[in-house]
Design a protein around this ligand. Structure first.
Ligand SMILES: Cc1ncc(COP(=O)(O)O)c(C=O)c1O
Length: 482
């Protein structure tokens, strides 16, 4: 006799016939109802399950459509498939990860987490840097006006040169607005065909790494450097060579004889915040020309220079060699996942060719909203306010350090959202983190960002904190030290 299972407990939102189907399917998969077994007649089976005949008929129709049961005039309803175990592997085998995935997972830096009274860790969202009103208005306006062309699927003809709809580079309108902005504000040399909108800098780093790197090739990075860049480059299997950074940024004399890519942050070295002098920029470009390397210039602090007019980007000096990576993660909000890549047109064409494999094209609504806030002046107004705020917080942090932790040596930062602080000789980074934690304060140790040995230092992210919280946090660490 065929054993009929009890109805499984209901799932949220599940209707009764779906629950009956799930119960019978589960019984087939577990081998309780074996292949070839004949189910009782509808009336009997419905009674055994405690449901109406109509409900049972609906459930059996579903199972028949899925191929779990077959029904014939004479043969009745029979189980049509073997139990799931018949298809299961003999033993639980590990996932067949690629070498890329294995390296990518190994390269991750995970944060220890935790909630603190004052949290100076870098990478925190800065609510004041999100122009909610202007962004919402621009998005609503664009969403309301979107034409069918803009909403259409990717057009894969000549990518993105004369269309405003989705294409691999992003709407022309946005690239025009962005090119004008970068030429005027960052000293870049950009035309719209050199611009691709990205899902943030990390997207661009990954795309470029996969296009230019592989095992056997060499990529050079500043040391210390941004872990997101190191991870994306290393995941390709290329050899990574660290180039030391001093208080003026990367040392051109220490560049390797050859590399395919060099990752740099000349405007505001991450994490030391040093600005690269022009002579060094020229030397780095000369090196790249001599050995055929491409330079990836991460201009992450582009719009967050808060003391003086920002230095012009390196890309403006050598648009044929330097690829400029920019992001609105810091100047709008990381959730916008919005950034750009400036590259020689031949590089852009390659990326336009590979992009359809990843995400086809950047999101059009966000891109058009970006065009609006750039060309209406809303972005510039927002930045003026944000820079004033950040500068005030930066100066508050330096004053608080001088008062409460005079042995700690901050490098005044001209840009960005954190300050790099050298520790006094008697303190290790672990000591400093422990000391702070005892005072319910969190900070970021600098050592994990470097491969080469460096004097102990910590990073204090301050832009997301009020001046009161900044003073309080530093005072707490100072008292904890006593
Ligand atoms: C050095 C550096 N580059 C780039 C980014 C921005 O990355 P994304 O645009 O992927 O958010 C950050 C943000 O933390 C950064 O610190």
């Amino acid at each position: 006799m065929t054993l009929i299972p009890e109805l499984l407990p209901p799932l949220p939102g599940e209707v009764l016939h779906a629950r009956v189907a799930r119960t019978l399917r589960d019984a087939v998969q577990r081998g309780v109802l074996v292949q070839g077994a004949r189910l009782p007649g509808h009336r009997t089976l419905a009674a055994q399950l405690g449901v109406s005949r109509n409900t049972l008929v609906d459930a059996l129709a579903q199972l028949q459509a899925e191929g779990y049961v077959s029904a014939g005039e004479r043969s009745g309803t029979r189980v049509a498939v073997p139990p799931a175990s018949a298809f299961a592997p003999a033993a639980q085998s590990p996932l067949p990860l690629s070498a890329w995935a294995t390296r990518a997972l190994a390269g991750r830096i995970t944060d220890a987490g935790g909630v603190y009274a004052v949290d100076f860790r870098v990478g925190q969202p800065v609510p004041d840097l999100y122009p909610a009103g202007a962004w919402a208005l621009a998005l609503a306006r664009r969403a309301g006006q979107a034409s069918s062309g803009q909403l259409g699927l990717l057009s894969s003809t000549e990518p993105g040169l004369n269309e405003s709809g989705p294409n691999e580079l992003g709407p022309l309108e946005t690239r025009r607005a962005l090119a004008a902005y970068l030429n005027a504000e960052r000293g870049a040399r950009v035309t719209p065909d050199m611009l691709m909108l990205t899902g943030g800098t990390q997207w661009a780093l990954d795309a470029l790494a996969r296009v230019f790197l592989e095992e056997g090739r060499v990529a050079a990075t500043e040391d210390p450097t941004y872990p997101g860049a190191r991870a994306a480059l290393a995941a390709t299997g290329a050899t990574l060579l660290p180039v030391p950074v001093d208080d003026q940024g990367i040392d051109p004399a220490a560049l390797p004889p050859h590399a395919t890519l060099l990752y740099v942050t000349p405007g505001c070295q991450y994490p030391t915040t040093a600005a690269l002098p022009a002579a060094r920029s020229q030397a780095v470009i000369a090196w790249a020309r001599a050995c055929g390397a491409l330079i990836l210039e991460d201009d992450y602090a582009a719009d967050l220079h808060h003391t003086a007019r920002p230095p012009a980007v390196m890309q403006g000096l050598a648009p044929d060699r330097v690829l400029l990576l920019g992001s609105f993660s810091k100047s709008l909000a990381p959730v916008t996942r919005s950034g750009y890549l400036v590259a020689p047109p031949e590089v852009v064409r390659v990326l336009a060719g590979t992009r359809p494999l990843t995400d086809r094209a950047p999101g059009v609504m966000d891109a058009l909203a970006l065009a609006d806030i750039l060309s209406s002046g809303a972005y510039a107004r927002h930045l003026r306010r944000a820079r004033q705020n950040i500068r005030h917080r930066h100066d508050t942090l330096l004053e608080a350090l001088a008062t409460h932790l005079p042995g700690w040596q901050p490098t005044p930062a001209r840009a960005g959202l954190h300050v790099h602080v050298m520790l006094p000789p008697h303190l290790t980074e672990t000591d400093a983190v422990t000391l702070a934690r005892r005072a319910d304060v969190a900070l970021t140790p600098a050592a994990p960002l470097a491969v080469l040995p460096r004097p102990p230092a910590v990073l204090l992210g301050y832009a997301h904190l009020s001046p009161e919280a900044i003073r309080d946090g530093i005072r707490r660490i100072g008292e904890s030290e006593l």
